[in-house]
Design a protein around this ligand. Structure first.
Ligand code: IMP
Length: 429
């Protein structure tokens, strides 16, 4: 059986974790291919809330092998913490259900310190990163000076290389007026993590290709979202990896012909955390209503950073662009229940930039910053959707909203979510 790729269609936080959890039920392997612990995937199983940052949502299924692919940047200390946290919740994590790529890159305290320093230096122009060291780790990777997970297999050499990286970065930071790093202490912490993780390390590209050849179904679990992609997103207000479908191939080391499904996950409205353009952003009552108070775990506050997310109307320009860039075969619309009780809903169908009309995302920051959304109004619905499990039981206005989004993006929508629980999904018959 071939591979499916699951991708965020907006700026991340679309609810990919819960969709991955659903698709993982039919998968043999679930593999993360990009990013690191900047991601925060929330999955709810029987009232228990799991917040995952590095480990794929497939870990909550007994039969699934989880893979952290070569395209990821991994903070080993945070990974050990996440594994131990899951173990404490009764979820067993062993080399029998988790493999880490030898080729994935390591995030060290040098990278987290550089991330913070870079954001401080940018001042008002900051990216609003998650401060997890993602950008600096990918810079070392492409600069060919990074440390890879496979190096943790030889502890002495690894300790030496890490010590050197920390000392050099520390000197650089001190020259710029930032605090020094304590290389000795940090290396000791990393050696402990490396010893813990060593049994999980493998050539995961080889593993995945063998499993694919033997007929396994592989789910490639994306993190972040299309508009955060380093090439296709709102550069420079992006992450430093490729969360789009091409990134799944390079980030796992599998070929394009093994993929038969590309599923886009879109939230029924727009949210963004961090800086950068967001044409349909709202303030006022509707934004507050979409965001929620923060009392519920599904309210729009960052899973990783706790930051309130910017909220706005659904942007079909973004979704149409994401469908094209990724080649979506279908989309799943999440959090439809949150729109209940709003009299009139708006969807951006195009942008006006000066005297030019855009049907797809403009390719320069100068145009993106000037983009004015052109809206289409649709009637809302009052009914609570959370208990609905049949497509035909959805209010007519909700079905019309879904169908309009699908038509605007020329992509079928067969599944929507109406709440965070595993069973709160409604499938078109
Ligand atoms: P970084 O990935 O920490 O470098 O952050 C770069 C940008 O991507 C910032 O705007 C972050 O808020 C955003 N970002 C990174 N990861 C996520 C995510 O998982 N969800 C939403 N936004 C994210």
């Amino acid at each position: 059986m071939p591979a499916s790729i699951l991708i965020g269609a907006q700026w991340g936080d679309e609810g990919k974790g819960r969709v991955a959890d659903w698709l993982a039920a039919d998968a043999d392997v679930v593999a993360r291919y990009a990013g690191g612990d900047n991601a925060g995937h929330t999955v709810v199983v029987q009232d228990k809330v799991y917040k995952l940052h590095l480990i794929p949502s497939g870990i909550l299924h007994d039969h699934v092998m989880c893979v952290l692919g070569n395209g990821m940047v991994i903070n080993p200390v945070n990974l050990v913490r996440e594994i131990k946290g899951l173990e404490a919740e009764g979820v067993s994590v062993t080399p029998e259900n988790l493999l880490i790529s030898t080729r994935a890159h390591i995030i060290s305290p040098a990278h987290t310190a550089l991330d913070a320093a870079s954001e401080a230096q940018r001042g008002a122009d900051k990216i609003g990163t998650t401060l997890r060291g993602i950008g600096p780790a990918y810079m070392d990777k492409t600069g060919r000076s990074g440390l890879r997970i496979g190096q943790m297999q030889d502890i002495e050499l690894f300790a030496e290389a890490l010590h050197l990286q920390l000392r050099t970065t520390s000197d650089r930071l001190v020259k710029q007026g930032f605090a020094a790093l304590n290389a000795d202490d940090e290396v000791a912490i990393y050696i402990e993590a490396a010893n813990f993780l060593r049994p999980f390390i493998a050539d995961t590209s080889d593993y995945l290709n063998k499993r694919l050849k033997a007929g396994a179904r592989v789910l490639c679990e994306g993190a972040q979202g299309t508009l955060l992609d380093v090439d296709h997103g709102d550069y420079p207000f992006v992450t430093s990896s490729s969360p789009t479908s091409g990134g799944a191939l390079t980030g796992l080391g599998i070929g394009p012909l093994s993929v038969d499904e590309v599923v886009g996950v879109a939230k029924a409205f727009s949210t963004r955390v961090g800086s950068g353009p967001m044409p349909t952003e709202l303030d006022g009552d509707i934004a507050t209503r979409l965001r929620g108070t923060g009392e519920n775990f599904w309210d729009e506050f960052g899973t990783t950073t706790g930051r309130p997310r910017r909220c706005g109307w659904l942007d079909a320009v973004v979704l149409r662009y994401a469908a094209a860039v990724n080649g979506f075969t279908e989309m799943v619309l999440t959090k439809l229940d949150i729109l209940s009780g709003i009299d009139t809903l708006q969807i951006a169908t195009a942008y006006q930039v000066g005297d030019r009309r855009y049907e797809t995302n403009p390719s320069t920051m100068a145009e993106q910053e000037r983009a004015q959304p052109i809206y289409e109004s649709l009637p809302g619905w009052q009914e609570d959707l959370s208990g609905i499990r049949q497509w035909s039981a959805l209010p007519e206005a909700a079905r019309a909203y879904i169908d309009r989004v699908a038509a605007l993006c020329d992509t079928p929508i067969r599944t929507v979510s109406v709440g965070p629980e595993r069973d709160q999904l409604v499938h078109r018959n």
